[in-house]
Every structure is written in C-alpha cells, then in structure tokens.
Design a protein around this ligand. Structure first.
Ligand code: CAA
Length: 381
C-alpha cells in the first residue's frame, strides 16, 4: 500500500482544511450549544463539491476515491464532528447504496442531487427493538399493486427531519428473518411518513437524530432499492463503507484534541516552565500523536481496499474499532491535560470528548465490530 498522499490529495486536504477552518470550525461551539443543525456548513461543503467525492462525475460526483473522501472527511470532523457526520451519512450511507444498487432512474432522481448537495440523505436501519441485532427489525413492507405499504418505527436516524431522502429497511416477511429485509428510498413528505422524538444527545449535538414513524405509508415499487430480500446485504455493505467514514470522523476529533493540547501546553506554565516541557505531559502528547497516526493508516488501508474493489468489511471494522476507542483515549487525555479548564466550555476539549463517544456506538458498536472481526478471522483459518 502506498501510504504517501499524492499531490492532488495534499491539495484536496489543504483546500478542505482551509474551508473547514474558515466556514465550519468557528460555528462548532455555538452549533453544539444550541443544537443547531449545520445546514449552512452543509451548503458550504456542497458549494465546494465535497458531497460526492467518491462518485464519478457523470452522476454528479467529484470523480475521486474513497481515500480522497476520508482525507476530506477527517478535516471536516476536525473542525466540527456534527457537520462531519452529516457529510458522512450523506455520502456513505445514502448516496453509496444508490450508486451501487440503484436503477438508472433512481440514480438520476436521487443520487445526482445527493452528490450535488441539493438534497440531504439519511439511512434508517435501527428500531426500538433492534440495534446491534439488525436482522431482527420489525418494520413491515407489504406489496400492494405498484406500491409497498410500510408500517413501523425507526430510531436514531442521523439527519432525520432535515433529510429529503431516506434509505429505509423493512421486511416483506418477518418469518424470513434477514432474507425478508428489503431496502426502499422514501421521500420526506410521503403520506404516512412522519417524525417522532428528536433525541437530546451527549455529543454531536448539532446533528439531528430523529425517530421516524411509518403508518400505511405507500412507497412506489420503483423506489425499492435492489431486490426483495436483498436489503440486509445492502445494509451491511453500506455499513462497511460507513464504518470507514466513522473511523475518519474519530481521527478528525482526536486530531482536534491534539491540536488544542499543543496550543495549550505551549502557553500554560506550571512550576516555572511550560506544560509541554514537563515530561509527563510531553509523553501524553507523543502517545496521542502515535495513536492518531496508527488509526489514520488503518482508515486509509480500509479505504484503499474498497477502492481496489476488494473485500473491505473486516478492514473497515478494524479501522472503526481502533479509531473510535483511540478517539476516546485521546480526548480523555486532552481534558486531563487542560485540568479544570478542560472540564469547562471555555475550551473545546470537553465537546470533543462528548463527540468522540458516539463513534464507539453508531454504525455498529465496538462490540459489533469485534463480532465482524472475530468471525472474519475464524473464517480465514
Ligand atoms: N456485506 C454483505 N453481506 C453481508 C455482510 C456484509 N458486510 N455481512 C453479513 N452479510 C450477509 C451474510 O453473508 C449472510 O448472508 P447469507 O444469508 O447469504 O448467508 C447474511 O448477511 C447474514 O449475516 P450474519 O449471519 O453475519 O448476520 P447477523 O445477524 O449475525 O449480524 C452483525 C451480524 C455484524 C451483528 C450485524 O447485524 C451488524 O453489523 N449489526 C450492527 C448494525 C449497525 O451497525 N447498525 C447501525 C445503524 S446506522 C446508525 O448507526 C445511525 C446513523 O444514522 C448513522
């Protein structure tokens, strides 16, 4: 694997870093405090053509790679993790399955506007009774003429309420278990589709997380994504890619924590010298930098396997598991280094620690990643 960035990747990284520090980072603390959806930030990403990075230009994308995408996503998350997850769900979870499994008509109607940022996307798999055990979902879809009729409740839907296009997983026959699960593209405003509770979260508070309610909601059969019963595989394939994105998010959050610590330890003095001159603190900075770099390489490795068209499920889970737990270690150290100030909202590190926690939970908990990794290792014996 070539681990050096190409010239165009360095240009992309620097461009996104500059954009994010100018238009996204200054809004992060207030957006978190007020739980204000980052629509302005999303528009800035759209204006810079950053919402369809890994898709070909003919479907509205940038014509880049998954590695390009995670390089950009890390920079966005370094500035604001809430904006980052909005971008990640848009690209990894909403646009990707349409690109891979959609019909020409679905690509025209949904993928192109998602890539251009004209419409916002969401992905809806979890339910009140099925999180990690995703195959146990209970939302039903009955075929009726040219439509499917959806009934059920979905939870923890990122971009919920604000999104225009939802990839919804429902079963055509619960007795078939995962083989009955089918994917649908559902538009906001479809009769029978409404929003329930908005979650009040520990972190990524500017992002929206909603419950979706489906009651006799008629979705045209033309909006079925893939074949009947193919939905679980679509959901899992999509999450393989999504988990690479979440590892990039965790790395961006951890890098922001290290950035804050480098600034603070250079300015603050104790016992007659700068904090950074105390070996106990300097060694913590070194551990943070090493941890971040290791996670970054795992993330790039998983992304390059995906770009090469190779199986990347285990690599994605390894990257997400390591990066998310690393982000918790790193942000916890960052709060500790800042002492009492780190525990206040005067410094960004408390927000980063709160934001890091979700990376160990969504798009598969660390325990779900361990299931994927151990099964792959056992199968490869
Ligand atoms: N790609 C394609 N197919 C896959 C696959 C993959 N990555 N993983 C499994 N499959 C296939 C299997 O080959 C199997 O197919 P066959 O029937 O042909 O044999 C089928 O799917 C069932 O596989 P398993 O028996 O392994 O499935 P399982 O029920 O044991 O589940 C699991 C395994 C890893 C725990 C899985 O359920 C899982 O990943 N759970 C976590 C779900 C999750 O990440 N949810 C997050 C939702 S999104 C979110 O967080 C909110 C947001 O908006 C960001």
């Amino acid at each position: 694997m070539d681990i050096a960035l190409t010239e165009s990747q360095v240009m992309l990284r620097d461009m996104v870093r500059e954009l994010a520090s100018r238009e996204i980072a200054p809004l992060a603390a207030q957006a978190d405090r007020e739980q204000e959806f980052p629509m302005r930030q999303f528009r800035a990403l759209a204006a810079a053509d950053l919402l369809g990075i890994p898709f070909p230009e003919e479907v509205g994308g940038m014509g880049g790679s998954t590695v390009d995408y995670v390089i950009a996503l890390e920079e966005v998350c370094r500035a604001c993790a809430s904006t980052g997850v909005t971008m990640s769900v848009q690209t990894s979870l909403a646009a990707s399955p349409i690109y891979r499994f959609g019909t020409q008509d679905q690509k025209k109607r949904y993928l192109e506007p998602l890539c251009r940022g004209e419409r916002l996307g969401a992905y809806s798999l979890s339910e009140p009774g099925s999180g990690t055990d995703a195959a146990a979902l209970a939302c039903v879809a009955h075929r009726d003429g040219d439509d499917y009729v959806l009934t059920g409740t979905k939870v923890f839907v990122t971009n919920g309420f604000h999104a225009d296009v939802y990839i919804v997983y429902a079963t055509v026959d619960p007795a078939l278990k995962h083989k009955g699960i089918t994917a649908f593209i559902v538009e906001k405003g479809t009769p029978g589709f409404s929003f329930g509770k908005k979650e009040d979260k520990l972190g990524i508070r500017a992002s929206s997380t909603y419950e979706l309610l489906f009651k006799d909601c008629r979705v045209p059969a033309a909006n079925r994504l893939g074949a009947e019963g193919e939905g679980f595989k679509i959901a899992m394939w999509t999450l393989d890619g999504g988990r690479i994105g979440i590892s990039a998010q965790a790395i961006g959050i951890a890098q922001a924590a290290l950035d804050a610590c480098l600034r603070y330890t250079d300015e603050r003095e104790t016992f007659g010298k700068r904090l950074s001159d105390h070996q106990a603190i300097a060694f913590m900075l070194a551990e943070m930098a090493t941890d971040i770099e290791a996670a970054r390489l795992l993330c790039w490795r998983a992304a390059s396997l995906k770009d090469a068209g190779k199986d990347h499920g285990e690599a994605a889970s390894i990257a997400k598991l390591f990066a998310s737990e690393m982000a918790m270690r790193t942000t916890t150290k960052a709060v500790q280094i800042h002492g009492g100030y780190g525990y206040t909202t005067d410094f960004p590190v408390e927000r980063l620690m709160r934001d890091a926690k979700i990376t160990e939970i969504y798009e598969g908990t660390s325990e779900a990643q361990r299931m994927v990794i151990s099964r792959a290792e056992l199968a490869a014996r």
